[in-house]
Structure formats: C-alpha cells, structure tokens
Design a protein around this ligand. Sequence first.
Ligand SMILES: [Zn+2]
Length: 192
Amino acid sequence: MAEVTINNSPVHSDIIITYPYGVADSGYSCGWHTGVDFAPHGETENNPLIYPVKEGEVVYVNLTTTPALGVQVQILDDEGHYWRYCHMVAGSVQVSVGDTVTTQTPLGRMGDTGNVTGRHLHLECSTTQAWQCSTFVNPCDILGIPNVDNTIIHYEDSPEPPIPPTPVTNIVKKFPWQILTRNIRKKRRNYG
Ligand SMILES: [Zn+2]
C-alpha cells in the first residue's frame, strides 16, 4: 500500500484513494471514471474541510444536491486547468464565484450529495470548463501521487522555500590572453 506526503492535498489530514482516475465505468457518460475519489483515512473526521489543490479563482458553484455531482465548486487555476470538487455537504460551501483562493482556503466539506454510494470527494481536472471526455486530465499526475486504489495521502504544510545558493564572489576574471597562453602551454605539453 503506497503512502505519499504532499503539501497541496485537498484535505489537510489523511485521505485514501478509493477509486482511481480512468477506470472503465459505464456509469459515466465518457465510459470511464473521469475523476479520482478520496475518502477520509485514519484519524480524519467524517466530513473534513476540502481545500484547493491549486490556487486560482472560483468560476462556478452549485449549491443544490443534484444532479449527479451534487454540491460542487469549480476553480480555474493559474496554469489554465479547471478543477471541480464534487459531492460536498449541502450548506457547507464557503466560497462564491469570483473569489480568489489559495491552498489554504476552505471550500466546503466532504459529503455524499449527488449520485454516490458513500461519502467522498470526487475531484476532476480539465483543460476546458466544458468537461468533455477529450479534455479531462488525470489529477494524480498534477498532484504527483500514484493513481492507485488504497494510496494513502498525508498532508504536510508547505516547507520553507529552499535558500538559494550563496553566489561565488571571488571569481578571478581571466583575460583572453591568459586563456590563450594556457592553451598554448597545454599544446606544448601534449607535444612535449
Ligand atoms: Zn468519483
């Protein structure tokens, strides 16, 4: 069973992949599972807060429990990907269209609204807001996590950005004639 730790998990405590992206499934209009499903794991509460995996702008909110995807929030990230967070608890959504969100902005709570068999987050990613079969992207690829059933995802707050290396200050600039002389010496050695 794989375990990974990331700083942009949709839940800020442990979750587990219960249904990977791309699995053949006639229950979806594309004929396959167009998102990845996450459920609470270990000590995580039943209806944990959901956070964006990428910062961006809220472009759509559905507060009703229908249709299939239930209560959902859509976000356009800075790289042009659309994300939708589905099946949230009715009445739990904390953002509105036009809001700017970071990976620390709570969107709502994981729930079971829409067409589901149990509580989970169905997370989708697409290159267009039309959510067509040809435009879906595997969210696991972007998150850098295995697209595999039962993968446990731990959350770790963003570490400090790495300190840039100290620039070398004592560079002795070589003049072209010095380099030339050195090359000539080398050649002489070679023929020596
Ligand atoms: Zn799903």
